[in-house]
Design a binder for this molecule. Structure first.
Ligand SMILES: [Zn+2]
Length: 187
């Protein structure tokens, strides 16, 4: 009886090892993950460049990029002050520009990269535009609508974008910290 149990245990252990260590599939998975991260960082770097431009123009530094088939089809950065427009967030500008570029309001198969977690207004626009994926940098504990203050994806809405958080998040947060530190010095 004991011997059977011990044999079964050893078999179970061996099967677990076989399941967890499969160099072929593990390698593929890691490779795919690395490729995805590299792509995410590539587009987030473009969004960060736009956020820097916003800061240079005296705007809170947030930048956004919309990608379709691996190609940047639209960009945007915060222009709330210059436009004297409460809705001129980076994401709204990029969504409008992508709709114009593609000639449609449905942005399926498009991914949005934005340096800061979208606010409720932008998260609403993302759902309305049917964007497939949202990749954001820093979390926004004050008005983030993708997990920080609220999570729009937790609501029973008709569309749920896939969300990836924290891509170059530290760089995005640092840019915001620098901007507000300079602003405080001026005051
Ligand atoms: Zn917003």
């Amino acid at each position: 009886m004991f011997r059977t149990a011990s044999l079964l245990f050893r078999l179970w252990k061996a099967s677990k090892i076989a399941n967890t260590v499969n160099p072929l599939t593990d390698k593929r998975r890691t490779h795919k993950g690395n490729m995805e991260n590299k792509n995410h960082e590539h587009y987030m770097n473009i969004a960060l460049g736009l956020a820097r431009r916003a800061a240079a123009e005296g705007e809170v530094p947030v930048g956004a990029v919309i990608v379709h088939d691996g190609e940047v089809v639209a960009t945007g950065y915060n222009r709330r002050e210059q436009g004297a427009d409460a809705t001129a967030h980076a994401e709204i500008i990029a969504i409008r520009s992508a709709c114009a570029a593609l000639g449609r309001w449905r942005l399926e198969e498009c991914d949005l990269y934005v340096t800061l977690e979208p606010c409720p207004m932008c998260a609403g626009a993302i759902v309305n535009a049917r964007l497939e994926k949202v990749i954001f940098g820093a979390h926004d504990p004050k008005s983030g609508a993708m997990g920080s203050v609220v999570d729009l994806n937790a609501l029973p809405l008709n569309h749920k974008p896939q969300v990836t958080a924290g891509v170059l998040g530290e760089e995005s947060a640092e840019l915001l910290r620098e901007f507000f530190a300079k602003l405080r010095k001026k005051i």
